[in-house]
Design a protein around this ligand. Structure first.
Ligand SMILES: [Zn+2]
Ligand SMILES: [Zn+2]
Ligand SMILES: [Zn+2]
Length: 295
């Protein structure tokens, strides 16, 4: 069984937007409270998180997530990576580095944004990450590829226990993801000019922050039960699908059900939006935080 829980379905500023007084931002319906976009996937016995934006900590607490096997990053915008410092809690509980899967270009920006996490002599308590580099090839996520047990040494920080029992102050920080026996299929899209990845797990696919996808990539999306697509507004947007484009793409892909995410306050309240989307045949709906889908 594959299960996906939407942890956030809002655009980069979330909904409500700070200081906005519009009816959507003022709505009392909990489905109009949208954290930054992220999803939690339970697949082949693994706990996989897609994106760790600024709401990561609240999302982990609210969904009561106690363990992550992998964090997959779609691209390097802050609303998808801004919460990565908070994996520190999992470092401590799991006694291992957070296993992050991303492309080389995303790693480059992480090194910029979080330079302190890549220093050889880190300050005690800095996040411990093990980055697995991915590209367009299907890759394997499992619970085996970690870089050793973390040992907390008082006032000094984390050390990695080596096979011979000795402690070293650096674990493996970057390595290639395995392509043997792959279980995740990346889907290439463009977010304006920026290449991004969506991911397919079994018959569930999650695509966000795209404004274009090549026809050749659609082959990877055949036979889906659930598809997630992003849209931020009715109007054409430089880096996201408009509603019309998302609906047209959903129809081409033909999943049994399509869920819309990365929603902004330019759409009506959730209840009204559900009604409005019924004109497209009833199998395209807005997602909301906490919604769980499964196959
Ligand atoms: Zn985004
Ligand atoms: Zn608003
Ligand atoms: Zn983005």
């Amino acid at each position: 069984m594959t299960r996906l829980r939407f942890l956030g379905t809002g655009t980069s500023q979330g909904v409500p937007i700070i200081a906005c007084q519009c009816p959507v931002c003022k709505s009392l319906d909990p489905r109009d409270k949208r954290f930054r976009s992220s999803a939690f996937v339970e697949y082949e016995g693994l706990n996989i998180l897609i994106d760790a934006g600024p709401d990561f900590r609240s999302q982990m607490l609210q969904a009561d997530i106690r363990h992550l096997d992998a964090i997959l990053l779609t691209h390097n915008h802050k609303d998808h990576t801004g919460g990565l410092d908070d994996v520190r809690s999992f470092n401590y509980i799991d006694r291992k580095a957070a296993e992050i899967y991303c492309e080389e270009r995303v790693l480059k920006s992480l090194k910029n944004d979080y330079s302190y996490a890549f220093e050889e002599e880190k300050y005690p308590g800095a996040p411990e990450w093990h980055v697995h580099l991915i590209d367009e090839r299907p890759f394997r996520v499992d619970s085996l590829g970690h870089s050793g047990e973390l040992v907390w040494v008082h006032d000094k920080g984390y050390y990695y226990r080596q096979a011979d029992g000795s402690l070293s102050n650096t674990g493996e920080i970057v390595s290639e993801a395995s392509h043997d026996n792959p279980n995740v299929i990346p889907i290439r899209g463009l977010h304006g000019q920026m290449p991004v990845l969506g991911f397919r797990f079994g018959n569930i696919a999650y695509l966000t922050d795209m404004s274009h996808i090549e026809d050749s990539e659609l082959e990877k999306l055949r036979g889906l039960k659930h598809l997630t697509l992003n849209t931020v507004s009715y109007h054409p947007h430089h880096s996201h699908f408009s509603l019309e484009e998302a609906v047209a793409l959903a129809k081409r892909i033909g999943a049994e059900h399509t869920w819309l995410t990365h929603l902004s306050h330019t759409f009506p309240t959730h209840g009204e939006f559900v009604e409005k989307l019924k004109q497209y045949g009833g199998n395209i709906e807005p997602a909301y935080d906490g919604l769980t889908i499964e196959d």
